[in-house]
Design a protein. Sequence first.
Length: 161
Amino acid sequence: MPERRHRPTSSRRLLLAALAACAALAPAAAAAALGEGLDSLEGDRLRLSARALAPQDLGRFRVHLLASPATTVRQFAGPDGVVFAVAWDGPARPDLAPLLGGYHADYRAALPPRRPRTGARGARVVGQQVVVETWGRMRDLHGLAWVPALLPAGVGRDDLR
């Protein structure tokens, strides 16, 4: 008698397809947190399965870039090596908890009761210590978070690109 192969039912196939789609769309873990040093850059690179590009020295600060298929993260570090701003671009919004680190609670407390809608205009959330801006459209999302108290002298929001 020939051996029968187990064939998944249509509901099981649908469930497997849904799980695969969710896994493909899930954003990768974010990079170094605000207020932390760049010593964690290699761990962040591995966690993102990203490649680290050569840092850009822009005089008053350096930009460290991590590029992965899911997200590109730029870390802005002052002369002391402390990350004062983080920016991201990609098809999905990254998990902000690892990006914001210790400032995540301040961001969450500053969120309005209804989550701000991001569209072409974007959203801006100003906490007591951190500012987070998000903008973009589906599959083309951008964001910038910075700690005003950590900005190097002479550096403003417009310098963070």
